[in-house]
Design a protein around this ligand. Structure first.
Ligand SMILES: [Zn+2]
Length: 316
């Protein structure tokens, strides 16, 4: 089940309980065992995959995570508690984990963005009761935290920690210059543009995302290994394609705003259609808020508030 990617890098794809199907967990071989980059969700299916490779003799030295989304950190606590494996994460991810944990205590399983989404014209999402794995994913504390632009060991090599916010505010990529290996998490995927999530008013995550993309463009990376899907064979070509896709989306988003003003939810239905699964409609809605916020920061779109809701207008 472990697939060899490079001499010292192996891939284990672990099922996740939603859309993408799988998350890529990388295992980097070292003298003291394997460093695991990202773990999968806290689900029985994911645990079964790990248990199998561990029963076959896999020794895990430590777990390192790219960001605090459940498909990436979900089993970090499980590794720590079951096998005494130390967990490393960015200080920013630890802060994010603490924030999410506090939300679970206050309003168990409630979407913390609910009121923000209502202000953007969306429906009031009901309390979610199917998120046990999310709750479980956050029940641990890291053994080691790192900041940006530090060197951390993955296997026997040293990797630079690059802060790449956008997909999530705490997202990190890891780069080894000598071997030209870049673990890029969910910042760049090979077949789709990853969702860039706006977490609240005042956020402009797409601006952060694009700045982080520029940082990655400085990396002379030959092996670009993402959190989902296939490796990225040509980083610059992939970024170029992503940018042309964004340009198209920004145009569609701008054109979807009507003269009386539109909420982000209306724009999202116009751009992405109305017949999406709840999950995809949710992603489309988040991405539309992100795109409109970015266009507003460029001066292409204006914002006004009416009866507690946020409306966007073309700035012609
Ligand atoms: Zn992910």
């Amino acid at each position: 089940m472990m697939q060899k990617i490079l001499d010292d890098v192996f891939l284990l794809t672990v099922p996740i309980p939603y859309d993408f199907g799988n998350v890529n967990c990388y295992l980097i071989k070292g003298k003291r065992g394997y460093t695991v980059v990202d773990t999968g969700d806290y689900t029985e299916e994911a645990i079964a995959v790990w248990q199998k490779v561990i029963s076959e003799g896999l020794v895990v030295e430590k777990v390192v995570v790219t960001h605090a989304h459940t498909d990436h950190i979900g089993l970090a606590g499980w590794f720590q508690q079951q096998f005494n494996v130390p967990v490393w994460m960015a200080a920013k991810s630890y802060a994010e984990l603490n924030k999410i944990r506090a939300q679970f205590i206050n309003e168990k399983y409630f979407n913390p963005h609910a009121l923000f989404l209502v202000r953007h014209g969306g429906p009031l999402f009901r309390k979610q009761d199917n998120r046990f794995h999310q709750y479980k994913s956050y029940q641990f504390d890291p053994d080691m935290v790192f900041d940006e632009n530090e060197e951390i060991p993955l296997g026997d090599y040293s990797y630079n920690t690059i802060w790449t916010p956008g997909h999530s505010p705490d997202h990190f990529s890891f780069f080894n210059e000598k071997n030209q290996v870049l673990f890029v998490g969910d910042h760049i995927l090979n077949s789709i543009n990853p969702i860039v999530i706006c977490n609240g008013e005042g956020d402009n995550p797409l601006k952060d995302y694009l700045q982080a993309l520029e940082k990655l463009m400085q990396c002379q990376a030959k092996y670009v290994l993402p959190g989902h899907g296939e490796p990225i064979p040509d980083l610059m070509a992939r970024i170029e394609l992503m940018m042309s896709h964004y340009q198209k989306r920004w145009n569609q988003t701008y054109d979807a705003i009507n003269e009386q003003g539109s909420t982000a939810f209306e724009v999202s239905q116009q751009v992405y259609g109305r017949n999406l699964s709840q999950e995809r409609a949710g992603s489309a809605f988040y991405q539309t808020i992100t795109n409109l916020t970015y266009l507003e920061s460029l001066g292409q779109v204006k914002i006004a508030e009416k009866e507690g809701k946020i409306y966007f207008y073309q700035n012609s």
